[in-house]
Design a protein around this ligand. Structure first.
Ligand SMILES: [Zn+2]
Length: 271
């Protein structure tokens, strides 16, 4: 996101060179290339302009304007390819992937806030801020991210990893969970690790954060040390949890995730 200048005010004219994030459900439209796929510009989208639904301006980077739009239906041409947003990390540059995440969440916000949650009236886009206002009761709605903590808990030379019921494969990761109303991030780390694995932790340290557009989480990473307790899993959430040495890790998440960055950090400090 370095030096990306976000804005809600589009220029008067849409440039043919402007870059477009086009979504159909959670698929992102790309131009297949010999070496790598790329994001289309306005000119390249001419053939499908009739099926482009709503669109929004995102901002500028290196004198190029960026937009996000939704498609009404699948294009009939095979000039383009669709890649799931999560997989686009392996196709796009990292900067473009996180811009795609911003684009996806922009679209997500607008389509889920067309009507007021308070009175049911129609909402309209605000001109001067990233928000929508109810035309009936004037309630203002802002984009929201759901904060979730993710924690690497270490005991001696081992890291605590669990296998969630939600994981698609035989994968293990550091424990994570959504922050509850009224809770601090540190409280949440303690509660999640206690609930999911029966472990008490101490020395909770901030590690870093990452937007996670599936659909709108903000992951806040921490490291922590085991304080007491034996592993006792919450069977509603977790299939298995265990302590792992840095050189005997199971299948772990992709490099795109902060989960992986936390695990890699543990491995680095143990070498
Ligand atoms: Zn209202």
């Amino acid at each position: 996101m370095d030096r990306f200048k976000s804005s809600i005010k589009p220029p008067n004219e849409i440039s043919q060179e402007s870059i477009w994030f086009i979504f159909l459900n959670d698929g992102i439209l790309l131009l297949p290339g010999i070496e790598k796929s790329s994001l289309p510009n306005k000119y390249q989208l001419e053939a499908i302009h009739e099926i482009i639904d709503e669109f929004y301006f995102l901002g500028e980077h290196e004198e190029k304007e960026y937009y996000v739009a939704r498609l009404i239906e699948e294009p009939e041409t095979d000039f383009f390819e669709f890649i799931r947003l999560r997989k686009s990390y392996y196709v796009l540059e990292e900067r473009e992937f996180f811009l795609a995440a911003r684009a996806f969440q922009t679209l997500y916000f607008h389509t889920r806030n067309r009507y007021c949650g308070k009175c049911g009236g129609k909402t309209i886009i605000e001109k001067n801020e990233f928000a929508r206002t109810c035309t009936v009761c004037s309630e203002v709605f802002y984009p929201q991210q759901a904060p979730a903590v993710i924690a690497a808990v270490v005991k001696d030379d081992k890291i605590l990893l669990g296998r969630s019921k939600r994981f698609p494969v035989e994968m293990y990761s550091v424990l994570a969970g959504f922050v509850e109303p009224g809770e601090s991030l540190e409280d949440c780390v303690k509660r999640e690790v206690r609930e999911e694995a029966g472990i008490e932790v101490k020395n909770i340290q901030y590690f870093g954060s990452q937007t996670w557009p599936f659909p709108n989480s903000l992951m806040i990473g921490f490291t922590a040390e085991w304080e007491s307790g034996e592993i006792k899993i919450d069977e509603e959430e977790i299939v298995d949890a265990d302590w792992f040495f840095h050189d005997k890790l199971p299948v772990i998440p992709d490099t795109v995730s902060i989960a992986r960055k936390l695990i890699d950090n543990f491995v680095e400090t143990r070498k």
